[in-house]
Design a protein around this ligand. Structure first.
Ligand SMILES: Nc1nc2c(c(=O)[nH]1)N[C@H]1C(S)=C(S)[C@@H](COP(=O)(O)O)O[C@H]1N2
Ligand SMILES: [Mo]
Length: 537
């Protein structure tokens, strides 16, 4: 006779680890939804994986899914993800029981996949990997815990002598059976507990994320209104077509992002309101429906961060769609004593913008709702942000803006001003070399040197390049989109062997020559010449 347990018991022996795998993953995913609600409300692992699969799926697969499931294709996808996940989790339990730590490694692999999906989404931040990481850690620990409970038999309770008499000699298999039953019962109780906690956390987390989901849905459903003033087409000569040179218009996905928001605010446009308060004759309240019905204007503006080092990349250009702030301020009628507008975001950030900069008819200060023909992305301030040509972002470009308080520099300080930065922040004249990159080895002869230069709201008239300590050579300027944008430049260098230093400087349309004086980014922006060292072979 074989000493293998009978078939049903063998099956039970397999089923328990499978239950452990399932219960662990349900607990992990549930807790992750709760964590997501707190740190990254759009990064719950299931939805993230689902939406990435949609993005990654080839077109034919999407066609097949739509043909099979119609408008239920998303639900079918999530069900599919759930079924695959359940099978893998159960498998992980069984494998872990047989060959530890393979099961836990399998769960770890699922976690890496989930984290990868979270970070692959456009506009994602490092915080978005936290839910997947939490799910993985919780599931791995729970699996180890549950399987250990299965491996350690519960000692059978001391036997009641009465039972002993009736049952005869209660030794051998029957005690072992009783112990096994107890062990199983305890294990199943713990697994049920894990599933319950997981399900409740998932429900709670999901409920807490409802606001963010609604905001995302509203943003996705929104179509930008037709501008009443369209931006002129980007001039044919704006793009110099040099490999490695920064494109003149920055795609949203590549646009730098700077803010103090640990978690990107998820505002529902339908609930958005802007209040104009403070030193005004008529306080104004503007709702979303009213804003998008106003005659909106398109314009190209290069936005820049005061923290951009010389040669840095915290700068980008977009086509913005918005409404001139001066018209709204005209409605509010600022009083004569006012000289500043303190804009406030939904998350408490503030920026101090000179009132005149917002009132000037020739400076395109706008409340923007569109960025490069798309509704403003969440991380760039959805649904509404400010864009003011010529001023660093920290004093002008308030994202998720909900209030404009008309006030005086003497009475109020903004977020960064309280932290040592200047209360005024006009952008400084600067230029940058993009090609060749620092430290590259290039070959002798004709070599294209190229980059960008900017002095928003003034424009650039000249760019010059210097090799080592030689003469300044005038570069060819591309056609600027407008004085509010950067401009590309190029210069052809007849490179001779050796190590060389390239240096760039710009002159603006007012005749100011860029200063060579090095200044730190704090308190009001860096200056100095950008230099690149190359080795010519
Ligand atoms: N609400 C809010 N708006 C903000 C900030 C912020 O921290 N919070 N940072 C400002 C700074 S310092 C810059 S440089 C720009 C950057 O805008 P971007 O992230 O869209 O590139 O946003 C500005 N608007
Ligand atoms: Mo900034």
């Amino acid at each position: 006779m074989s000493d293998r347990p009978p078939a049903p018991r063998r099956l039970l022996g397999q089923a328990m680890p499978a239950v452990a795998g399932l219960a662990s993953v349900i607990l992990g995913l549930g807790v992750a939804e709760l964590v997501a609600a707190a740190v990254a409300p759009t990064a719950g692992p299931l939805l993230v994986v689902g939406s990435q699969l949609i993005d990654w799926a080839p077109a034919w697969a999407k066609q097949v899914a739509i043909a099979l499931f119609g408008t239920g294709d998303k639900a079918a996808l999530l069900t599919g993800v759930g079924v695959v996940l359940a099978l893998v989790s159960a498998g992980a339990g069984v494998l872990e029981r047989r060959r530890p730590p393979i099961g836990r490694l399998l769960i770890g692999a699922l976690g890496v996949f989930g984290a990868g999906a979270a970070i692959a989404r456009s506009g994602s931040s490092l915080l978005d990997v936290i839910p997947a990481a939490v799910a993985t850690v919780v599931a791995v620990l729970a699996l180890g815990f549950l399987l250990r409970r299965l491996a350690e038999p519960v000692p059978a309770r001391p036997v009641n002598p009465a039972t002993l008499r009736t049952a005869g000699a209660a030794s051998g298999p029957s005690t072992a059976d009783a112990a096994a039953r107890l062990t199983r019962r305890r294990f199943l109780g713990l697994s049920a507990g894990a599933v319950t906690i997981g399900a409740l956390s998932a429900l709670g987390g999901y409920a807490l994320q409802a606001g963010s989901r609604a905001a995302t849905a509203a943003r996705n459903a929104f179509r930008l209104p037709t501008p009443s003033v369209a931006a002129p087409a980007v001039p044919a000569g704006a793009e110099l077509a040099v490999a490695g040179l920064t494109p003149v218009v920055t795609p949203n996905a590549d646009f730098y992002r700077i803010d103090t928001a640990l978690q990107v605010p998820q505002l529902n446009p339908d609930d958005w309101q802007l209040k104009i308060t403070g030193l005004v004759e008529h306080p104004v309240t503007l709702g979303w429906a009213e804003l998008i019905a106003l005659p909106l204007e398109e314009s190209y503006t290069t936005l820049m961060c005061v923290s951009n080092e010389v040669g840095g990349d915290l700068i980008g250009t977009a086509k913005w769609l918005g409404y001139p702030i001066r018209h709204l301020l005209a409605r509010a009628a600022p009083t004569a004593s006012a000289d500043m507008v303190l804009s406030r975001s939904s998350d408490g950030f503030t920026a101090s913008t000179p009132l005149v900069a917002l009132l000037e008819a020739d400076r395109n200060a706008i409340l923007a709702i569109g960025m490069n023909d798309e509704p403003l992305p969440a991380e760039h301030g959805s649904p509404v942000r400010m864009v003011v040509p010529g001023l660093y972002g920290y004093v002008s470009a308030t994202k998720w803006v909900v209030e404009l308080e008309v006030t005086r520099f003497a009475d109020h300080a903004a977020y960064w001003t309280e932290r040592g930065w200047s209360d005024h922040g006009p952008i400084k004249l600067e230029s940058r070399i993009d090609v060749p990159r620092q430290g590259t080895i290039v070959s002798r002869g004709q070599l294209v040197v190229a980059g960008v230069a900017w002095h928003q709201h003034t424009g650039i008239s000249k760019v010059e390049v210097q090799v080592d300590d030689g003469p300044w050579n005038e570069a060819t300027l591309a056609t600027a989109i407008s004085v509010d944008t950067w401009v590309q430049w190029r210069w052809t260098w007849n490179a001779s062997s050796g190590t060389h230093k390239l240096r760039v400087r710009a002159t603006d349309a007012a005749g100011e020559v860029q200063t060579s004086q090095h200044a730190d980014v704090i308190p009001d922006g860096a200056t100095g010449y950008h230099e690149v060292d190359v080795q010519v072979a």
